[in-house]
Design a protein around this ligand. Structure first.
Ligand SMILES: Nc1ncnc2c1ncn2[C@@H]1O[C@H](COP(=O)(O)OP(=O)(O)O)[C@@H](O)[C@H]1O
Ligand SMILES: *[C@@H]1O[C@H](CO)[C@@H](O)[C@H](O)[C@H]1NC(C)=O
Ligand SMILES: *[C@@H]1O[C@H](CO)[C@@H](O)[C@H](O)[C@H]1NC(C)=O
Ligand SMILES: *[C@@H]1O[C@H](CO)[C@@H](O)[C@H](O)[C@H]1NC(C)=O
Ligand SMILES: *[C@@H]1O[C@H](CO)[C@@H](O)[C@H](O)[C@H]1NC(C)=O
Ligand SMILES: [Mg+2]
Length: 488
């Protein structure tokens, strides 16, 4: 009820503002013709007026991008449009009409609605007495700082990157740092709205925002803290962790293909737009996300171009390119993530499924539904150990189990990719799989299951050579090769 009223009020404002801006622009043209300026000052004025005009044009374009996102309502009755703050300094100062997108009363009204509906949303007061720890990252547009709030809670703050490419290019073009900050901050505002609309386990969690009252165009977005994605480090991690990142990505793309905003394409798709939070992948850079459809007349209008591959998609009877955003996301996932993370060291019983995914995503033969199903199937097989069906049963009988014992001792032999730097620690489905692995390592004479588990629920097994010492340990058990005797 309150929601539809608010939406109606917003719409009314939009219509009104279009009328007012038409009126104002005709007055301005008239004013231009009757001005009595000398040539020199006129030239100067004309130049700065045209720069200002261009900047105002850009600002309006950015606002126009956000409006449809505000007016769209998510499926599950959510609804606060989030309170985009601050009126436009630039347009206010230069006599532009108060327009709904920048009029603070509208934003504030929306913000209050949302604040009341959502108690977990942090505002400016939560930033009082915070401690900045370090810079987490920066890009063309934004700067991200690691912060501990007064209560000790760790968060990440996103701000406009004053030294970023976006700011410096804008200042170079328009020579107006204040106007530019306002322009660039629209990207952050758009991201804020998208973060509210696109809530998902694989999208960074929005904790709140603070719009500076004193200075317009200042916006701080408060996010859950993550760790920037380190591709190099990930390449050296166990397959299970690399698979997790790919699975999370596919689940995210599945959600984006049918999001509350429609099918959303990530136009700037790069590993650096993601972070990890406790091992799971989360999208953090959303300012280049787009829910726009591509109009077309023929299939030729629906080309999808990548550096090493071009695709052509069908133009639907509705006159839009069918699933263009979804396919674009899938191919980017393939070229930036799957090719690096998925095939390498995949478990032998799963390689045919992994190869199938590589081919169907690399050729865009599967849609996102089929892709997410293929990933979930791999997860199911891997978790349940069904992919291990043809392990030789005999190896397991070669080991003696010693319950209530653990192994201790100095650094043991290493393997790759191990969960521990100190020795050979791998994930296994069962003691039987561990026995199989131990038998395939010449140095291995025993292994320990400690009860520790990985994210899939598989067990961590520590493999050792004969130098292992046995110690009492309720939670773990040691399996010793029958042909060898441990030093006790
Ligand atoms: N919540 C977060 N936790 C940790 N690091 C983050 C977080 N959000 C972003 N980052 C880091 O900050 C960088 C810049 O943020 P991003 O939103 O991508 O800005 P830009 O739009 O300028 O590229 C990212 O590449 C990422 O490494
Ligand atoms: C002003 O410019 C016009 C043409 O642009 C020129 O004819 C005129 O002489 C100029 N006047 C002065 C005062 O410079
Ligand atoms: C993709 O298409 C572009 C433009 O049509 C062309 O220049 C390029 O060579 C093509 N690339 C490949 C790999 O086919
Ligand atoms: C997919 O498989 C076909 C047939 O084996 C092969 O020609 C093609 O190169 C593969 N594509 C990718 C992206 O792996
Ligand atoms: C994908 O699955 C959703 C339901 O999860 C369904 O509504 C949609 O039609 C499917 N898309 C395709 C292309 O099959
Ligand atoms: Mg980025």
């Amino acid at each position: 009820m309150g929601h539809s009223l608010r939406a109606a009020a917003l719409l009314a404002f939009v219509v009104l503002s279009i009328l007012v801006s038409l009126l104002i622009s005709s007055v301005q043209q008239f004013g231009g013709r009757i001005s009595h300026l000398t040539n020199a000052t006129r030239a100067g004025h004309e130049e700065s007026a045209s720069l200002r005009g261009a900047l105002i044009y850009q600002l309006n374009e950015r606002r126009r991008e956000i409006v449809p996102l505000l007016l769209l309502h998510g499926g599950d009755g959510d609804d606060d449009a989030g309170g985009l703050p601050g009126e436009s300094r630039l347009s206010a100062q230069h006599g532009q009409p108060p327009d709904p997108i920048s009029d603070s009363s509208v934003w504030n009204e929306i913000a209050h609605g949302s604040r009341a509906a959502r108690l977990d949303e942090m505002g400016c007061d939560s930033l009082v007495d915070m401690q900045a720890v370090e810079v987490l990252g920066s890009g063309y547009t934004k700067l991200v700082v690691k912060v501990n709030l007064a209560g000790g809670q760790p968060v990440a703050l996103k701000l406009v990157n004053e030294k970023g490419i976006d700011m410096s290019k804008c200042v170079e073009d328009f020579k107006d740092p204040h106007g530019c900050r306002e322009l660039v901050s629209y990207k952050l505002k758009k991201e804020l709205v998208l973060l509210q609309r696109l809530q998902h386990p694989n999208v960074i969690k929005l904790k709140g925002h603070c719009a500076g009252e004193a200075e317009k165009g200042r916006l701080t977005v408060i996010l859950e803290q993550g760790a920037p994605l380190q591709m190099i480090q990930l390449l050296q991690s166990p397959w299970e962790d690399r698979f997790r990142v790919c699975l999370d990505l596919v689940r995210l793309l599945h959600f984006l293909s049918r999001s509350p905003l429609g099918s959303v394409a990530l136009l700037d798709f790069q590993p650096r737009q993601f972070v990890t939070v406790s091992g799971s992948l989360k999208l953090t850079d959303l300012d280049d996300a787009s829910a726009a459809e591509t109009p077309c007349q023929t299939d030729a209008d629906c080309g999808l171009q990548f550096p090493h591959r071009n695709f052509s998609l069908p133009c639907s009877s509705r006159g839009v390119c069918e699933d263009l955003g979804e396919k674009r996301n899938i191919y980017n996932a393939y070229r930036y993530f799957f090719t690096y993370l998925l095939p390498h060291q995949a478990p032998p019983g799963l390689t045919h499924l992994v190869d199938h995914i590589m081919n169907s995503t690399g050729e865009l033969k599967a849609d996102i539904n089929e892709t997410v199903e293929a990933f979930e199937r791999i997860l199911h097989l891997y978790r349940s150990g069904l992919h291990l069906d043809n392990l030789p049963p005999s190896v397991f009988t070669d080991y003696t189990v010693m319950p209530g014992t653990g192994a201790s001792g100095s650094v043991d032999y290493r393997c790759w990719p191990s969960y521990s730097q100190q020795g050979c620690v791998l994930s296994v489905h069962s003691a039987r799989e561990a026995a199989f692995i131990c038998s395939s390592h010449p140095q291995c004479s025993s292994f320990t299951l400690t009860g520790q588990k990985t994210w899939t629920g598989r067990l961590l097994a520590s493999f050792r050579s004969s130098s292992a010492q046995l110690v009492p340990d309720e939670a773990s058990e040691v399996y010793v090769k029958k042909t060898e005797r441990p030093a006790v």
